[in-house]
Design a protein around this ligand. Structure first.
Ligand code: GLU
Length: 279
């Protein structure tokens, strides 16, 4: 399909990986093999001359494991403490793995305020531009330790779409725990059909997205992914939702293979990122 062929030419790519893709479901510990494959795949994109940004969840999940806390009944401050521990731990692993491929990585932590405030918004944008110019792979997460409920992005699906819009990326890849978008929840409805390409995000689709992701580790269900797709495509980026279980999906997508659900960019003439910051 012609749409898929065009993915080969994408130059500025944001990849988002969720906590459930980075941890073993049985133990909650980090899936090191997957982390290593991810780092290799992203470095390889860089080696192909593309600019790459990673939005990685996992701070809370990694910190929780490290501190031996249970997910159930964690208070907000407990989660924030987990994020403080886990984010540093996660970056340590990323830095080590990227270093093995001689790739420099950077950390960018954002809050919704970073985007709402026009000065910090501009600063964030300039920093991304500078890092990409220097050949660095920025690794982004929400600054969970200081984000209060009112000022949260909501989830990293949305954050990655906002980042894609901010830096005018031409492709966003969401690595999820599901193959893509289905007409219904495939876990409960065996007749649910897979959707290969979405040209327009209409009411029907938004309604379909109500069926949620099966994961209990991250925060973004399917409706969060459709909200992300709305932001990314309106900003002018294509977006693909695909399964993070197979990290090879990244290179397959860039190769134009039929992987995941592709949302086609539909740039709105009057696109203003601030209009999309409300949850
Ligand atoms: N920022 C959260 C974390 O790193 C994840 C949020 C999300 O997955 O949507 O743990």
């Amino acid at each position: 399909m012609e749409y898929r062929e065009k993915l080969k030419d994408k130059k500025r790519i944001v990849v988002k990986i969720g906590s459930s893709s980075l941890t073993h479901p049985e133990t909650g510990s980090t899936n090191l093999v997957k982390l290593e494959k991810l780092v290799r795949a992203l470095t390889d994109l860089k080696n192909q001359g593309k600019e790459v940004v990673l939005v990685s969840s996992g701070a809370i999940a990694v910190g929780r494991k490290k501190l031996g806390l249970k997910k159930q009944d964690a208070t907000i401050s407990e989660k924030q403490a987990c994020a403080a521990v886990g984010q540093a731990q996660l970056m340590m692993m990323y830095q080590k793995l990227f270093a093995e491929y001689n790739q420099v990585a950077a950390q960018i932590l954002m809050t919704k305020n970073t985007m709402v405030n026009s000065i910090s918004n501009k600063n964030a944008k300039n920093t991304f531009e500078e890092l990409l110019k220097l050949g660095v792979i920025p690794i982004v997460n929400e600054n969970d330790t200081v984000s209060t409920y009112e000022l949260q992005f909501g989830d990293n699906d949305r954050l990655s779409a906002i980042v894609a819009a901010l830096i005018k990326a031409d492709l966003l890849i969401l690595l999820s725990d599901i193959d893509g978008l289905f007409t219904d929840d495939p876990n409960t409805n065996p007749t649910a059909k897979f959707i290969d390409v979405v040209e327009n995000i209409d009411e029907k689709l938004v309604h379909m997205g109500k069926s949620s992701s099966s994961s209990d580790v991250g925060t973004g269900g399917m409706s969060a992914k459709i909200a992300a797709a709305t932001i990314a495509t309106s900003a002018g980026a294509d977006m693909v939702i695909s399964n993070g279980n197979d990290i090879e999906n990244i290179s397959k997508i860039i190769n134009g293979d039929d992987i995941g659900t592709l949302f086609i960019a539909n740039k709105a003439d009057d696109f203003e990122l601030v209009d999309y910051l409300e949850n």
